[in-house]
Design a protein around this ligand. Structure first.
Ligand code: CA
Length: 225
């Protein structure tokens, strides 16, 4: 899953990027409002973490308002140093989904990020499950037929994206947009290579249903078919 961080304080922005990458997210950082607005409205993100106070003509409120006007419904977690009730209300009214007051503990930020990424169909809360394959977004444990499977950071990120979008044709461009960050070095066959790694770990060793399918000419589909 890919996250955009818009935060002018480099120290906080870089700490967020590092922490989120350790949690297997692809992360882009923007240090100013104009750039942040452009990225939020032209790139595909699964979540935006937006500082409220940004230098320049626009602030975080303007960015979230502009996103909502353009019918971009990506969840937005707003950060701010202000903790007055009125600021929370204006942030939420402008279209933010949640609000976190600085300074905050990274654990709390992660809990809010996970809550915002959780969708109603993910009935088991932090665990995604399809057939006998499970992925725990809190502990990063992946199991098939109750057997633990060790995945690299990127394999895990790819599997999480596939499991959150089951029974849907996902193009390579969709996959790149949600699993790799903007600066990532993507080769033409990068997605195929990682799909291959995942298949060799979650499908091939098991005699049960294959979960990763190639849709020739289009891309891939995850699910029991
Ligand atoms: Ca700021």
């Amino acid at each position: 899953m890919r996250i955009l961080v818009v935060e002018d304080e480099h120290k906080i922005a870089n700490a967020l990027k590092k922490g989120l990458m350790q949690e297997s997210f692809a992360v882009d950082v923007s240090y100013d409002a104009d750039d942040g607005l452009a990225m939020a409205t032209t790139e595909e993100y699964d979540l935006v973490i937006l500082d409220r106070m940004l230098p320049g003509a626009q602030d975080g409120l303007a960015i979230v308002s502009a996103m909502r006007e353009e019918k971009i419904h990506t969840p937005v977690l707003m950060l701010t140093a202000k903790d007055r009730v009125i600021d929370k209300v204006t942030g939420l009214n402008a279209g933010a989904d949640d609000y976190l007051v600085k300074p905050f503990a990274f654990e709390e930020l992660m809990a809010r990020v996970r809550a915002l990424l959780r969708r109603p169909q993910d009935s088991k809360g932090q665990e995604l499950a399809h057939e006998d394959l499970t992925l725990n977004t809190l502990t990063f444990e992946v199991k098939r037929a109750a057997q633990p499977i060790a995945l690299s950071n990127k394999e895990y990120g790819l599997l999480e994206y596939l499991m959150r979008n089951p029974e849907r044709i996902l193009t390579k461009d969709n996959i790149i947009a949600h699993v790799w960050d903007y600066d990532a070095n993507i080769l033409p066959n990068t997605v195929e290579v990682y799909i291959g790694y995942l298949r060799s770990k979650i499908d091939k060793p098991f005699k049960t249903k294959e979960l990763i399918h190639t849709v020739r000419g289009f891309g891939y589909k995850f699910g029991a078919r």
